[in-house]
Write a protein that binds this ligand. Sequence first.
Ligand code: CIR
Length: 271
Amino acid sequence: MFTRAIVRAIAASFSEGLTTVVLGKPDYSRALAQHEAYCAALEKCGLTVIKLEADTRYPDSCFVEDTAVCINALADGRATASINISCVTMTRPGAPTRQGEVASIREEFKRFFVTEAIHEIQAPGTLDGGDVCDAGNHFFIGLSQRTNEAGAQQLAEILAKCGYMSSVVDIRGVDGLLHFKSGVAHLGDNRLAITQAVMNREAFASYDLIPVPAAEEYAANCVRVNDHVLIAAGYPAFAGQLRDLGYQTIALEMSEFQKMDGGLSCLSLRF
Ligand code: CIR
C-alpha cells in the first residue's frame, strides 16, 4: 500500500525541457489541467499528494520519479521476515540539466525518512528513477541512455543491504525506449505489462506478461496505485486487457507530457 505521493507543479519553462520525440511543443495550460487530473487520481487511490512548487530553473522537474527510488517494505509480494525496512535512494540523473532537481526532493524525503534510510547514488554513477522497476520481490534496473553501469551497481548494492534482490536489464539498444519503465510496468500479482521489444528477455521469464499492443506502446507506462491502475487515455485495446484481468483503471490524458518524453509513472514518487 502507498499512502503518499510527491509531485511537482509544472514549470513555466516546461517546453524547454529535454525531448526525443517530435510531437510539437506542449501547451502549458493543457499540461496544468492534465497534471491536476493526475493529482486527483492519486487522491482517489487514497494517497495524500504532496505538491511541491514549480521550479522554473528545471524545465523537466515535474518528472519527479527520476530523482529518487522509493523502496517500500509493504509493497505487493514481499517476503516479510527479512524485508521490513522502507528507504529511499536519491539518484544522480543521467541528464546533466536534471541533476539539480534532486536537492529539493531530498529535503522533502527528510521529513519522512531518518538519515540512515536515505541513500545516494554517487559520481561517476548515473541513475534515473524511471529506469527502476519495483516488481514485487525483485527490482529491475534498466541500463539506458541515462543510467550507467556504475549507477546500476550502486543501486543494486543499496538494495542488497536493505534485503532486496535486483537484476540489470540492458535496454540501450532498444529504439524509442528512453527509460526502462517506458516499456515495463509491474501491476502486482506477479504481472508485468510489457512492450514487444523487451518481452522476450529471460529476466522476465518468471512473471505473467501482459503484452502491450504494438500500436499502443506508450500505454506500457502505467502505474498500479493500491486498488487502481492509472493508464494513459486513448489506448483502448490495452485498457480492455487490464479490465478483462479485473483491474480498476483510471484513464488520464497525457498528451502534453508525452510531447516531452514523459509518462504516468514519472510524474510522481509514491511511498
Ligand atoms: C527527460 O528527458 O528527462 C524528460 N523530458 C522526461 C523524463 C521522463 N521520465 C521518465 O520517463 N521516467
